[in-house]
Design a protein around this ligand. Sequence first.
Ligand code: GLA
Length: 750
Amino acid sequence: MSIEFEAKRKIFHLFTNDYSYYIHVNKYNYLIHLYSGAYLSDISKERVSERHMERYAFLNENKEETQDEDYYFSMIASQFEVAPFGKGDKRNAPFIIEGENNTPITNFLYDSHKIIKGPANKSDFILPHVRFENGDVETLIITLKDEYKDVYLELYYEISDKYGVLVRYSRIINKTSEKIKVEKLASFELDLPSSDYNILCLKGTWGNDTEVERIPLNHSLTKISDNHGGRGFYYNPSIALMKNDATIDNGEVYGFSMIYSSDFSYEFKVDEIDQTRIIGAFNDETFEYLLNPSESIYSFETIIAHSINGLNDISHKLHDLIRERILPSTQKIQKDYILINSWEGYLYDFDTEKIISLVDEAKKCDINLVVIDDGWFKGRNSDTSSLGDWEVNTDKIDLKKVIDHAKSINMKIGLWVEPEMISPNSDLFRNHPEFALIPDGYKYPTLFRHQLTLDMTKKEVVDHVFNALSNIFDNYSIDYVKWDFNRYLTESYSASLDVERKKETNYRFILGTYDLLNRFTSKYPNILLETCSAGGGRFDLGMLYYSPQIWASDETDIALRASIQYAKNIFYPLRSIGAHISDRKIGSITDKACLAFFGTFGYELDITKLSEEDKKQVLFFNDLYKQFHHVVLEGDYYAIFDPSKTNYVAWNVVSKNKKECLVYFMNYRKEQTKSRFIKVKGLRKDKYYFNSITNDIYKGDFYMNVGLNVSCPMDPYFSAVVVIKEVDDVRATLYRKTKQVDGGKRDKLM
Ligand code: GLA
C-alpha cells in the first residue's frame, strides 16, 4: 500500500519506503501541502509547517482556523497543493483560468477524491507517459472545483514504491456553458518550507549541448524554461533541486523530469519567509488553450524523485524507471546493433559504390548496421534544399542495390529523415506552401539552416508526412531510422487556427509530432528509432517514449563530449545517449572508444581510411561491447569525478547483481603531478573483484575506500575503461598464493 487517507483529520499520506508526501484538506477546503521528504510514519506529532512560523500555522487541533486575517490560516504563506490566483497569495500560481466574465481569479477547493490501485486510466491521455503497470503504483486523484466558475481540476498523484518516484499531472475540465481560456496549466506545484537549495540544470547550445549549471535560489522568481517549441538546447526539462550541502553521494536532492518535448517552465519562488514554491507547467509565454463546454485538457506528466542520499541515488531512480517504464520495446534490439553513420565521414558526398564499400569494410570490422545520413533523397546535396521530398535520389544512390548487398552479407541499413521540416526550395513547398508554418499573410518567415518547419498542427500535414515516410519504409527494408529536427519554431501562430487559438500553436505542433511518431512506431515496430535535434537539442522523456536512444550531440570531440555525457548521465540512462567514435583531432581511437562505450556505442567516420592498427582497436572494442556492454545498458550509474570541478572525468556502472563493473576515466587536462584514486562505487564490500587495469584482485571495500590508483603521468585525454569483475573466494585465495610464490607475476583472469 502506498496511499493512506485519514478521514477524521482529512490527511492523505503518499509514501514509498524512503519518501513521504502529506496533504491536508483544511476546513475551508483548501488543499494544504504538509510535508515532502524522508519517510515519516505520522505527521501529527511533527507539524512541519508550524515549526517555521506560528503566525502562519494552519493546522492546529486545539484552535480554530479562519481565513485571511485569522491567526491560523493565512494565504500569504501557507503551503498549498494548488495555490489560488488573484487572492491573498501573491506568489506564483499553478493555474490561471479566465472565465466568461474575463476575470481570471482562480481558486480551486477540494471537492472529492479517489484512490486507485494501479495507474489511472490513460485512454484519453494523448501525451507520452510512464507506462506503469498494475502493481507498480497506487493513484490518488483529487478533484477540486473553482469557487467561482463551474470549472474542475483533477490532480493526479501516481506513487510508486517499486520505483521510488511520484508522478504528477493534472486536468482542467470545463463544466460551464461557455468557453474558458486556460492561461496557465501546471503539471505540479510543490511548496517547500525552506530555501536553502540550489538548482542543478542542464543548459547548452548547438555543439555544447549539455552543461551542468548550478543556480542558487533567491527571492526573485527563477524560471528554468524553454520556448523554442522543441529544439530546446537552451534548458533541458530535467532538473534537480539540491540542498546547499548535498553532493553526488549525500544529502537531500529532488529530481524532476517532465515527459514533454516542447515549451515548459519550472518556476522557483522564494517567499518573504523563505519558503520555496516550485511550479512545473507548460511555458505560459507560448501556451494558452481555449476549452469549449465539456472539454478538458491534461498537463504533461512530471516524474519527481526524492533522496537523502545525493544525486547518484536520483540517477538510479530515474534511470530504472525510464528503462523499464518509458523507453519503447525496441530498446531490446539496441544491443544487437553496432552502427556506423555516414555523416561525419562523407557529409553529402556519397554514392552507391561508396556506401557499398562502407558496408563491406564495416562487416570486416564487426559492425553490423550502416546508417545513410542526410543526402539520400531527391535533390539533397547540401542543407539548402529538398526537405519534404522524401523520395530516393536514384541518380545518386541505388538504395535497393545497397540493401540487397547488405542483406546478402547479413548487414543492416538505416536512414536519416527530418519529417517535421520543409525547405522553401522543395517540390513539397512549391506544391503546398500552406504546409509550412507561416502566419496568415506573413511575408518574411525566419529561415534557419535554410528551412522552415511544417505546420504540424494540421492533420492533413501529418497525414501527408506519414504517407511519404510509409512510401519509403514500405518499399525499402530499413532497420534503423535517425529522426532529426534541426531548427526551432518561430512566428509560430498557425494560419489554420482561429484567432483566439493562435497561442495553442506550439502545443498543437508537438501533438502533431507525437501523433506522427505514434503512427510510425506502431506501423514499424521493429525499426530502431534514434531521434536527434541538431544533436541533443530535443533530449527529453517525450522523445524517449518513442525512441530508445537520442543522438547526444554533434560535438564528437571527446574533450567537450565527456562533459556533455556526464551531464546527460545524471538524468537519462546511458543506453539512451547516442555516442559514436569519430575522426576528430583530440585523442586516439582508443580514447574515443572509451567514451562512446558508455553510450549507445557506434562509429561516425570513414572507416575505409583507418590504419590497420586502428582497425585492430575497432575489433577489440567491438569484442568488448559484446562481452560487457550489457552493464552499460542495464547497470546502476555512479558519477565519480565531475569534469567541472576536477581535471578528470570518471564514473562507473555496476551490473544489478554487482558482479560486473565498468569504470570510465579520462585525464581531462594535462595534469601529471597529482595523486589520483578512483573510488569505485556500488560494489559488494566483502566480495573479491579482479580489475583489468592492474590485473589485481581486491575486496570491494578496497576499491570503494582506497580506489584504483591512477596517479601516474599520462597524456591529456588519456582514457580508460576498466573492467572490474567478481571472482569467487577460492579463486581469489589461490591467486593470492600464486602471487606470493611467483613474486607477484601478473595473472590474466579474464
Ligand atoms: C544534424 C544532425 C547531424 C546530421 C545532420 C544532417 O545536424 O545532428 O548528426 O544528421 O543534421 O544534416
